[in-house]
Design a protein around this ligand. Structure first.
Ligand code: ATP
Ligand code: MG
Length: 282
């Protein structure tokens, strides 16, 4: 559905997006990950036509983002990091302005306010809202014209866990209704929970792409945590699965009656991220 082909964005003499090629399938939630400055927001801005690539092509369905800009606006909704709302206007007014821009019936404003539980606060000026509520207004606004694709740049950053969970649930619900979602986040649990596939960007390059499970299998050792008795002490060790040394040790411990417990340790997307982007694991 969305295709990027050899996309480059250069600032000065630096390629902040350095020849990336990938696609996002219709109906999937795509988690777009990477350290600060990796190039995620720049890429997203190019996908939605807000920034012009230095070179390369971007397609949304049949439409080339560069040449069919008007057509893509019908297909996409966008939620960016910094709230760009009319601060002095109420929630309802903010939504109405956009509904008019898109020539939508005003009943649609009430529908989205209902969906995002904004009806009670509809008359409140946006400047008086907390970050989480502003975020809901931004999402409501992005969804007014029922876009096929919703792009969210760090939609849960800085939100309390309950509000973040509410937004995640809403994203899942939208996706179940058929909306394709692209989301950037620094929360690896969130990325793992939500994404059908993730792409990890680093220094302007897409360094890995796949289902979270596939990436864990590809980049992390599968380990098992064993606890056993040795000379009166309890020893805990992580052992690599699938190698003869581990099988031998476990068999020995079992025979000798020394084995206390064995637990398959769960690999996390945060570990994949750390391995691929050179971060330190604490
Ligand atoms: N207008 C600009 N002029 C020059 N450099 C820019 C400009 N916009 C972004 N950059 C640089 O491009 C790089 C990528 O930035 P970008 O905002 O895309 O990163 P990001 O992956 O979204 O990071 P974060 O996780 O912090 O949001 C950064 O080094 C940034 O400083
Ligand atoms: Mg960003």
């Amino acid at each position: 559905m969305i295709q990027l082909k050899n996309v480059i964005k250069t600032y000065g003499n630096r390629n902040v997006v350095n020849d990336i090629t990938f696609s996002i399938n219709t109906g999937e939630i795509f988690g777009f990950l990477g350290p600060n400055g990796a190039g995620k927001t720049t890429t997203i801005k190019m996908v939605v036509g807000l920034l012009q690539p230095t070179s390369g092509e971007i397609w949304i369905g049949e439409n080339n983002v560069l040449t069919d800009k008007k057509k893509i606006y019908q297909d996409i909704g966008v939620v960016f990091e910094l709230p760009n709302l009319y601060m002095k206007a109420s929630i309802k007014k903010n939504l109405k302005i956009f509904a008019e821009l898109y020539h939508l019936h005003r009943s649609r404003v009430y529908e989205v306010m209902e969906d995002l539980q904004l009806l009670d606060k509809q008359k409140v000026k946006v400047e008086k809202l907390s970050k989480g509520w502003k975020q809901r207004v931004l999402i409501a606004r992005a969804l007014l014209h029922k876009p096929k694709v919703l792009i969210l740049d760090e939609p849960t950053s800085g939100l309390d866990p309950n509000t973040a969970a509410l937004i995640r649930n809403y994203i899942k619900q939208l996706n179940e209704g058929g909306t394709t979602i692209i989301i950037t986040t620094h929360d690896m649990h969130e990325a793992d929970e939500l994404s059908h596939r993730v792409g990890i960007m680093n220094n302007g390059e897409m360094i890995a792409i796949g289902k979270p499970m596939e990436l864990k299998d590809m980049y992390l050792k599968k380990e098992i945590r064993v606890e056993y008795m040795e000379e009166g002490n309890v020893i805990a060790k992580c052992l690599e699965i699938g190698i003869p040394e581990t099988e031998e040790l476990i068999t020995q411990l079992n025979i000798q009656g020394k084995l206390i417990s064995m637990n398959r340790s769960e690999n996390s997307l945060a570990e994949v991220f750390a391995v691929l982007t050179g971060g330190q694991l604490s």
